[in-house]
Design a protein around this ligand. Structure first.
Ligand code: GLN
Length: 506
């Protein structure tokens, strides 16, 4: 049966939006027109369909929805409206969801706070003086406030999981290629994908099931291999869950950093930043320990694991992400896209003026960094080295979890439990995290993107009035397993909500 919105919905939305500014465009009375659902009919069990059909949802404003804004959080694109919809959006609409708005983000997905948006600032629903995390901060905040039961985000280095952790919702970053990127404005194509923010494990599962699958418009998209555990059914939700969890603790990361050879000043600086970021704020530490104990109580066997390559994950991630961003963002030149200056001397001047006025500082920094690491004669020193680190990290995860392509053998571990981010949602005052510290803190999230593996974050506890998330990372196409584990947790530890939240969705 299709869900019907309560009459109070619009008022509830407005009340929250006035407080948190999660949306760059919001039109509950006039949702986006449905896209052309031309794909194969969705094969969704009734239980999953009933969690989508008739429900409103939100879409990060770097994912195309026909007729709606597509600002990417950038001044340069603030007037752009999309003439087409992303495949993931068309599939959600085919399953009966309606898109009520587009959500704020760090410009082009570059950031961890959503404060890098050129459009507006979004507040955390738990404490409006704090950031919602980023870059999918609008989607996470809107879901946490109960404005929508689920939203789409994108995750290049943690942008679904980290804001999910900051706002206290479920955040799923699928296996690379499991969801079509068609209609997602590219930031770093080899790392990113569309992900799900949701109010429960069951809803995240339903939404992922609706949007996944091979799409001829994205050649990197794939169906789950036949041998992968099904998302639904006997082995799926509600089935046996207990197994073996590898625990990647901050101590294991610190140990790898301490043992690393420090060859030169650059490496020493990278290791020092990694050491600072690996250490968890005491409240986050308590949440992580609660997760460890909670899973043990659920019957899981916990074993300590190490991923030594993680210590170089952040420099490798930012080298590759910036290199790809510098190429992907070249199209925003005021000619094909973008708001033009009133007057320019010549075409080059037009491009310069458009980009200078349109891009924010963080985007400019990354374009410069990207062109620097790719400049001729230096690729070996930065870009290719980063690719080698990436291959090494992927190999370390595969050694723990089994082959990247599902081979049907019983995997040594069901999943790896690790932190999401070293802090809870930070504020905007002097105790805020510096832009450099925010990047170093991507340590625990960016490795899933480097390895192309699925990872999920969910709220494990509330400490000092703010949610603390933890992360489960699994082998390729093991989303069903990660969601089973999250659901097992949720049955015993219902997810928390911020003050003022009303349950419109169950
Ligand atoms: N914080 C990371 C960055 O700024 C993650 C971004 C993302 O996943 N889009 O690149």
């Amino acid at each position: 049966m299709s869900y019907k919105q309560p009459a109070s919905y619009t008022a509830y939305l407005k009340e929250w939006e006035d407080k948190i500014s999660a949306f760059t465009e919001l039109s509950p009375e006039n949702p986006a027109p449905e896209g052309e659902a031309d794909g194969a009919p969705l094969d969704l069990p009734a239980s999953a369909r009933s969690l989508i059909e008739g429900f409103p949802c939100a879409v990060k404003d770097n994912i195309a929805v026909r007729g709606m804004r597509l600002s990417c959080g950038s001044k340069l694109l603030s007037d752009l409206r999309s003439p087409y919809s992303a495949t993931a959006v068309i599939k959600l609409q085919a399953a009966g969801a309606s898109v009520v708005g587009k959500t704020n983000l760090d410009e082009f997905g570059m950031g961890s706070s959503t404060d890098n948006s050129g459009i507006q600032k979004t507040n955390n629903p738990w404490d409006t003086a704090r950031v919602p995390g980023g870059s999918s901060g609008g989607s996470a905040a809107a879901t946490a406030a109960g404005m929508v039961p689920f939203a789409l985000g994108s995750d290049t280095g943690g942008s679904v999981r980290q804001p999910a952790a900051f706002c206290g919702v479920v955040g799923l970053k699928p296996t690379y290629g499991a969801v079509s990127r068609y209609g997602l404005v590219a930031y770093a194509s080899s790392l990113e994908g569309i992900g799900v923010l949701a109010d429960s494990a069951a809803r995240a599962r339903a939404v992922f099931a609706a949007i996944r699958g091979r799409d001829e418009r994205d050649n990197t998209s794939r169906d789950a291999p036949a041998a992968a555990q099904p998302l639904f059914g006997a082995a799926g939700e509600g089935g046996k869950t207990a197994g073996v969890i590898g625990v990647l603790s901050p101590e294991a990361v610190a140990k790898a950093i301490a043992q690393a050879p420090s060859d030169g000043a650059d490496a020493a600086k990278a290791l020092e930043a990694a050491a600072a970021a690996a250490e968890l704020e005491s409240e986050v530490r308590r949440g992580f320990d609660a997760a460890r104990e909670g899973f043990a109580a659920l019957g899981y066997r916990l074993v300590d694991v190490e991923v030594p390559g993680l210590k170089y994950g952040v420099p490798a991630y930012y080298t590759i992400a910036a290199a790809e961003a510098s190429a992907n963002l070249a199209r925003f030149d005021g000619i094909r896209y973008g708001r033009r200056p009133d007057w320019a001397e010549n075409p080059d001047d037009l491009v310069d003026k458009t980009r200078d006025a349109g891009f924010g500082d963080e985007v400019k920094l990354r374009i410069l960094l990207g062109t620097f690491v790719l400049r001729s004669g230096f690729q070996d020193r930065y870009y290719l080295r980063a690719q080698r680190i990436r291959a090494g990290i992927r190999a370390e995860f595969e050694a723990l979890l089994g082959s990247s392509l599902y081979d049907g053998d019983a995997p040594p571990l069901d999943a790896i439990l690790l932190p999401v981010f070293p802090t809870r949602a930070f504020d905007r005052g002097p105790s805020s995290l510096s832009p450099f510290a925010q990047k170093a803190a991507d340590l625990y999230t960016c490795c899933a993107n480097l390895a192309g593996l699925p990872a999920l974050s969910f709220p494990a506890s509330v400490e000092g009035g703010l949610p603390v998330g933890v992360q489960l990372l699994g082998r390729a196409f093991s989303e069903g397993k990660l969601l089973d584990m999250c659901a097992a947790w949720e049955r015993v530890h219902p997810f928390p909500h911020p003050a003022g939240w009303k349950d419109l969705w169950s």
